[in-house]
Ligand binder design. Structure first.
Ligand SMILES: [Fe+2]
Length: 277
């Protein structure tokens, strides 16, 4: 059984179409989605319609929650209100109602391993655990919570949210992030050290292969991180109405998060100095 896991599409239609073609060419049996289908890019409705058409499992992301709930805009800055209103206009009411019903977590067995899918963290839809976070933080990702389906620690936890792909192995368990399909980011940037930009700005996803519902850990299993190039200029040409066009274009073309000062502050909190990056 081959299962493609996609995440963080963020309204990027060209990236989604190219990825779906790639998935088709690899004889994948099922597609699951880790959420954040909407927000950022302009093609949120089209992306959601395609995800609903192709994905057997869809879990909720923080943007799916935030932009479909009633927000008290009196407490928000005028810039944030503009952002909320623009994103609210991008999908219809039926789609919003659908996104509100999405589950927090999905679990299944593959080749004897308990696989847990969450968007960000077992206890929170938006808590950020990065690929370089310290051991205790990474371990939190493997734990059950009142939001998870079972009360077991996961053998394999697969989560989205950070927009950077990685596979980590601790305590005889795996932590995997497929990266972002539509908004790939690498926050560790240094002109002296950076490799080719296409190692970041492609659409990223994961293929899992194993024996579905098997409880036998001797069955083989594999995790493949896949990168697919797509037409970024074409996507940006159709984003002329995007109220955050410049920061969106920076992210798509440079793979760099729009607010690096915020990133540097979070590095500092993790004991990483800006000059060491
Ligand atoms: Fe996201």
């Amino acid at each position: 059984m081959k299962i493609a896991i996609i995440s963080d599409i963020h309204g990027n239609l060209e990236a989604l179409k190219s990825t779906l073609e790639d998935i088709k060419s690899r004889s994948v049996d099922k597609i699951y989605c880790l959420g954040d289908i909407i927000a950022k890019g302009t093609h949120q409705q089209e992306c959601l319609d395609l995800v609903r058409q192709y994905c057997e499992v869809i879990i909720k992301g923080n943007c799916d929650e935030y932009f479909t709930s009633d927000i008290d805009i009196s407490t928000k800055s005028s810039e944030e209100v503009r952002r909320i209103l623009w994103n609210h206009k991008k999908i219809n009411e039926e789609s919003k109602a659908f996104l509100r019903t999405l589950p927090f977590c999905h679990e299944f067995y593959l080749s004897g391993r308990l696989i847990r899918l969450i968007h960000a963290h077992p206890e929170s839809i938006s808590k950020f655990i990065g690929n370089i976070d310290y051991l205790g933080k990474l371990y939190e990702l493997l734990l059950p919570s009142e939001n998870t389906v079972s009360n077991e620690k996961a053998d394999v936890v697969i989560y989205g949210h950070i927009h950077t792909p990685f596979i980590q192995k601790i305590y005889n368990r795996f932590i995997i992030n497929p990266g972002s399909l539509g908004n790939s980011i690498d926050v560790f940037r240094n002109k002296e050290k950076d490799g080719d930009i296409l190692n970041t700005t492609t659409a990223n996803y994961l293929i899992l292969e194993g024996n579905l519902e098997s409880k036998n850990m001797e069955d083989p299993i594999s995790f493949d991180l896949v990168s697919v190039a797509y037409d970024i200029d074409k996507e940006l040409d159709s984003n002329k109405d995007n109220i955050e066009f410049d920061s969106y274009a920076t992210e798509l073309k440079n793979g760099q998060y729009r607010d690096m000062e915020k990133i540097y502050r979070s590095f500092e909190a993790r004991g990483i100095k800006k000059e060491d990056i």
